[in-house]
Design a protein around this ligand. Structure first.
Ligand SMILES: [Ca+2]
Ligand SMILES: [Ca+2]
Ligand SMILES: [Ca+2]
Ligand SMILES: [Ca+2]
Length: 351
């Protein structure tokens, strides 16, 4: 009896050190819509048939790869060597060791990648592959958050990247790498994707690409906004957006993340929404906040009442809650004491 109590206590304490990383803060009702799958690998037109996707692959009736959840280091949607038309839509992909979605060598203008949520990938959330032809495709309405790179297009032309949310990706929100011409990158929302080399949120190593009309949270207000990389590109008409509650997160991004546009601290943990998103913590989860932040008292000066977070369906990822340093020390000491105690109890039993 005592032993099992100790085991339970130990498990609870261990879970503090090795917390479960919840991938998506979706309601159970919403999750019913999705099918879990380990990955989707299409390497020929015939491979579309293996998965029984709806559609026929015609331009007017593309294959629809929709409503899948894919998690873990081997989780990816990969499409290559195809001529059929297809759409990848409303998928949730998280934690891949390299790519969320990778496309290589497909027929021009055959792919639409829309409204997916892709987070915590070790390389690119979406990549159009190196040394392969991926041209005239559309990437729209996706949320790319906490990846190393948001969207990376390698040496390819005429792609359209629009209405995406590029949030807190480490190297860049969008990168046109090793070249690429006549790509259009417009009406996207860039927040805190800082390229360590030049502190801009995007990079362009090609020429003739159109970067006009995006939102950049670090734009200084003087046109134009410079894009990094050798292409010397600029956004000549950056978007200006409203931030109702002045938490540094504009309304459009708050809506994309299901935050409250009129409450600077949606989850009431004392840290503003903008700071949470910039730190990679969850603005909808009061147990997730930046480890360094002192959230002993709310930083919100207006005392708007906490939102009941209605029944919106959050799309943001949840990062690992680490707690405070003090909490860490207390738990560490308790864990050691309890381990010693349970060892002594077990040892006595055996004797
Ligand atoms: Ca705001
Ligand atoms: Ca807010
Ligand atoms: Ca908060
Ligand atoms: Ca939080």
């Amino acid at each position: 009896m005592r032993k099992s109590v100790f085991v339970i206590i130990l498990l609870v304490l261990l879970s503090y050190f090795f917390p479960v990383i919840e991938l998506f803060n979706f309601s159970p009702e919403t999750l019913k819509r999705y099918t879990e799958i380990s990955n989707i690998i299409i390497n020929s037109d015939n491979d579309f048939l293996k998965y029984n996707f709806p559609g026929s692959g015609a331009k007017t009736d593309p294959y629809v790869i929709e409503n899948y959840t894919i998690t873990g280091p081997n989780g990816v949607i990969s499409v290559s060597n195809t001529h059929k038309y297809f759409v990848i839509r409303n998928c949730l992909i998280s934690g891949s060791s390299d790519f969320g979605i990778i496309i290589s060598d497909i027929a021009d203008g055959t792919a639409i990648i829309e409204n997916n949520t892709i987070s915590s990938c070790g390389l690119s959330g979406i990549r159009f592959g190196e040394n392969s032809r991926v041209q005239g495709q559309i990437i729209t309405g996706n949320l790319l958050i906490n990846n190393v790179e948001g969207i990376s297009i390698y040496t390819n032309d005429n792609n359209i990247i629009t209405n995406n949310f590029l949030i807190n990706n480490e190297k860049w929100g969008v990168g046109l790498v090793w070249g690429g011409i006549n790509n259009t990158i417009t009406n996207n929302y860039f927040f805190s994707n800082y390229n360590e080399l030049d502190f801009t949120q995007a990079t362009d190593e090609g020429s003739g690409n159109d970067w006009n009309g995006n939102y950049w949270n670090n734009w200084n207000g003087f046109k134009p906004y410079p894009i990094g990389g050798s292409g010397e590109a600029y956004d000549y008409s950056p978007l200006v957006c409203d931030d109702n509650d002045t938490d540094n997160l504009v309304n459009e991004i708050e809506n994309a993340l299901h935050c409250d546009i009129n409450n600077p601290d949606t989850d009431g943990d004392g840290v503003f929404d903008g700071e949470e998103v910039e730190s990679g913590t969850d603005p909808l989860d009061p147990s997730s906040f930046p480890a360094s932040s002192d959230n002993s008292e709310p930083t919100s000066s207006d005392n708007s009442e906490p939102t009941s977070s209605d029944n919106s369906e959050p799309t943001t990822t949840i990062s690992i809650p680490l707690g405070t340093t003090t909490g860490f020390i207390i738990v560490f000491v308790s864990l050691i004491s309890l381990s010693l105690l349970s060892y002594r109890v077990l040892f006595r039993r055996i004797k």
